[in-house]
Design a protein around this ligand. Sequence first.
Ligand SMILES: C[S@@+](CC[C@H](N)C(=O)[O-])C[C@H]1O[C@@H](n2cnc3c(N)ncnc32)[C@H](O)[C@@H]1O
Length: 254
Amino acid sequence: MADAADSTESIYDSASPQWARNEKLLLSDFTARPFVLQKLEPLAGLRVLDLGCGEGFVARQIKTAGAATVLAIDLSAGMIEQARAEEERTPLGIEYRQANAAELNDLPAASFDRVAAVFLFNYVDSTIMTEVMRRVRRWLAPGGRFVFTVPHPSLPFIREEAPPFFFKAGDLGYFSGTDQTLEGLIWRRDGVSVPVRCVHKPFEVYFQALRAAGWQNMPDLMELAVRPEHIELDPDFFGPLRDQPLHLLFSVEG
Ligand SMILES: C[S@@+](CC[C@H](N)C(=O)[O-])C[C@H]1O[C@@H](n2cnc3c(N)ncnc32)[C@H](O)[C@@H]1O
């Protein structure tokens, strides 16, 4: 598990080899990312921005689903290096850039049809999240859609520290822990664990942030969890998470 003193960038620079994958491997490759893709579709011919793209697992799926362009951005040089190496092995035409999503200043207004942020907001506090949401609204063309996922805010407070996924809440409470950083681990199906982090935000904070950032429409919300098909595929791996809330998925129209 990472230490509070570690920067997000250093955590991901070190863990980038464990994230590199071309097939579903991490728990959330089963329980979250397929639903992100569903919510982003249709993608044919669209311009897509992937914020906090990591080593490009989702960006590659977006491009393969027919997006005209994909600009994929991540803070970690190690993750971008992995993404570019894969782009060199199998060119898809994705543009990768190392940058902080909260400090991107050169993207033109209305230049994307879809923006994705898959487990990005759990690395920033609610003020920065609101600022990124404000920028996303500006970058989206009319009729565009913003899809993002975060860990379910209840999970750290109801789940023991055990595989295949947990965050350590310690003495923090659900409300008093707002904007506090919780360290955690998520497992791959091959038994390898990777460090993850959650700057905790109660449920209502996501709605408050969207509203403060100028989003007018009601988000489409899913509380993602292990499904019967996951348990059927691998009961030992997915079984311990049966009936527990794992992630939130928001899809909101601009
Ligand atoms: C849990 S990983 C998810 C990666 C990818 N979205 C995926 O689904 O495979 C979170 C990623 O967010 C990146 N990240 C964290 N804070 C960021 C920021 N402020 N700007 C850009 N990327 C950031 C990290 O470097 C890391 O690669």
